[in-house]
Design a protein around this ligand. Structure first.
Ligand code: DX5
Ligand code: ZN
Length: 220
């Protein structure tokens, strides 16, 4: 199943509710980028903003935690209205974080930076719902899609299929109408797009075009 997840990182932070309403009827998920100023050199939002957005949307909230130490905050994100949380494998303590997310009733995601090998994810494939293959180095929107990450997406898709595991593959960074087909062809299911959605004149139409581009490949 193809899902389009607009990233609010590229929206107007002074008017997030309007951004959510703009894409609400077309998007599958909302992607919320949480940055701690430590794991990545940028700061964004935390649970209070997630809680405020929750009042404006019934969409699935896909919280991407770019945090060195997400554990102490997982319950707060869940209470704020997160549906799924994704932690980075690079921060370690992965098995415990997965168990904690599971016990909180969160959908469980595990992310890998572009230079983190697929082997790092393999021990956890049976325990997660989502693998996030970063197609840029995290921290900022508007960067260029790294096509070399498609080797990891293909490896993940092959291994998940071989083991009949029901795990979605998400790509995040530089996703637009030109790169969606590349990622979809490699086996991605969930497409995060910030600039391509909120940088467009008509964000809702942009979501539609991204979906059409993905569906064309997945059916082909
Ligand atoms: C990057 C974030 C992405 C970002 C993508 O650190 O994880 O979600 O918003 O932005 P674009 O689509 O502009 O590359
Ligand atoms: Zn993200």
């Amino acid at each position: 199943m193809v899902r389009i997840a607009p990233s609010l990182l590229a929206a107007d932070f002074g008017n997030l509710a309007a951004a959510v309403e703009e894409v609400g009827s077309e998007a599958d998920w909302l992607h919320l980028d949480v940055m701690d100023g430590h794991f990545v050199p940028n700061l964004t939002i935390g649970p209070p903003v997630v809680a405020s957005l929750r009042r404006h949307s019934s969409l699935f909230f896909d919280c991407h935690l770019m945090m060195t130490n997400p554990g102490p905050y997982l319950a707060a994100f869940r209470d704020a209205g997160a549906d799924g949380c994704t932690v980075h494998v690079e921060v370690g303590d992965t098995a415990a974080l997965i168990a904690q997310m599971r016990s909180l009733g969160l959908r469980v995601g595990l992310a890998a930076n572009p230079d983190t090998p697929f082997d790092s994810l393999v021990p956890f494939l049976g325990d997660v719902d989502l693998l996030l293959c970063m197609t840029v180095f995290p921290g900022f929107g508007g960067q260029s899609f790294m096509v070399e990450v498609m080797d990891k997406v293909r490896a993940a898709r092959n291994e998940l299929d071989r083991r009949s595991l029901d795990v979605e593959i998400e790509v995040d960074g530089g996703i637009d109408e030109e790169t969606v087909p590349v990622a979809a062809g490699a086996g991605a299911d969930v497409f995060v797009a910030g600039t391509a959605v909120f940088g467009a004149d008509a964000p809702r139409e942009a979501v539609k075009r991204l979906r059409a581009a993905a569906v064309a490949v997945r059916r082909g």
